[in-house]
Write a protein that binds this ligand. Structure first.
Ligand code: DGL
Length: 270
């Protein structure tokens, strides 16, 4: 059986790439819902429905035992409900994981006392990061800033327009004592270097950038070592598939650019 990774669009490809480099022996099936991207400003119920359909596809058609929702917005809008109601009824022996708890654990592990968050409007409005941090370490200060325009830039291969937009977002952290910025959307690691440089310029000091592609592989390996009943069901013959729900030449090119090498990406109907 396979590991599924799912995102609203192409951002999750970066996470998938880092998972594949860290665990190349496993089989990965990536699905990006490019037909419906962006999810960031949609209602929670709509994001839940889109996510559930994609998860169902990965379980039914791609033989996934475990799915990583490599999307913060879909994680906050759908993960808990899927884990509590859908999985027990339909697939009690399969698992779905998200990206928010591993990120919060990373903040705690690194002993930050004050952090900034860039995320979609939906993720920021939900305060899911604030809620999860408070459960574990209420004294950590969190300053959140919605950064929705970075998503279409990534999806449309429009990197040249990113710097002024990143600047305007980072300006929200002036006068805040943050030590790190959480990239709370899986599209943003695409601009990791620019975000680090622009933060240094605007805030006048080095700011750590917490990028989910860097720590999710360790978190997944840790999960599998604690759950041999899942790991033992996973095939290890290095097969990877990449699928999206809408396709055009620009998506194909951008998927290759994000992944860093040629990949075969196919359209699927869900
Ligand atoms: N990549 C998604 C996330 O991590 C959101 C992008 C979108 O708005 O669809 O939140």
């Amino acid at each position: 059986m396979n590991i599924g990774t799912f995102d609203s669009g192409l951002g999750g490809l970066l996470i998938t790439k880092s998972l594949i480099s860290a665990m190349p022996e496993y089989n990965f099936c990536y699905l990006g819902d490019t037909l419906h991207v962006p999810y960031g400003a949609r209602s929670k119920d709509v994001v839940f429905d889109f996510t559930k359909n994609c998860i169902e596809y990965l379980f039914e058609k791609k033989d996934c035992k475990l799915i990583i929702i490599a999307c913060n917005t879909a994680t906050f809008a759908a993960l808990r409900r899927l884990q509590q109601t859908y999985l027990p009824q339909k697939y009690p022996d399969r698992r779905i994981l998200g990206v928010i708890v591993p990120t919060v654990e990373e903040v705690i592990e690194k002993k930050y006392t004050s952090v900034g968050l860039l995320a979609t409007q939906g993720t920021v409005n939900s305060d899911v990061y604030g809620i999860e941090l408070k459960k574990r370490k209420p004294e950590i200060k969190l300053y959140s800033c919605p950064a929705p325009l970075l998503v279409p830039l990534v999806e449309n291969n429009a990197d040249e327009f990113a710097p002024p937009i990143i600047e305007s977002y980072i300006k929200n952290f002036i006068d805040k004592d943050i030590e790190a910025i959480i990239l709370g959307c899986t599209h943003y690691p695409h601009y990791k270097k620019q975000i680090a440089e622009i933060s240094k310029k605007i805030l006048g000091r080095n700011i750590d950038i917490l990028s989910q592609d860097e720590f999710l592989p360790a978190s997944l390996k840790d999960y599998l070592s604690r759950h041999p009943e899942i790991d033992n069901c996973l095939s290890k013959n290095s097969k990877y598939s990449f699928e999206i729900t809408d396709i055009n030449d620009a998506y194909i090119q951008q998927a290759r650019a994000i992944f860093g090498k040629d990949i075969i990406i196919q359209k699927v109907d869900i």
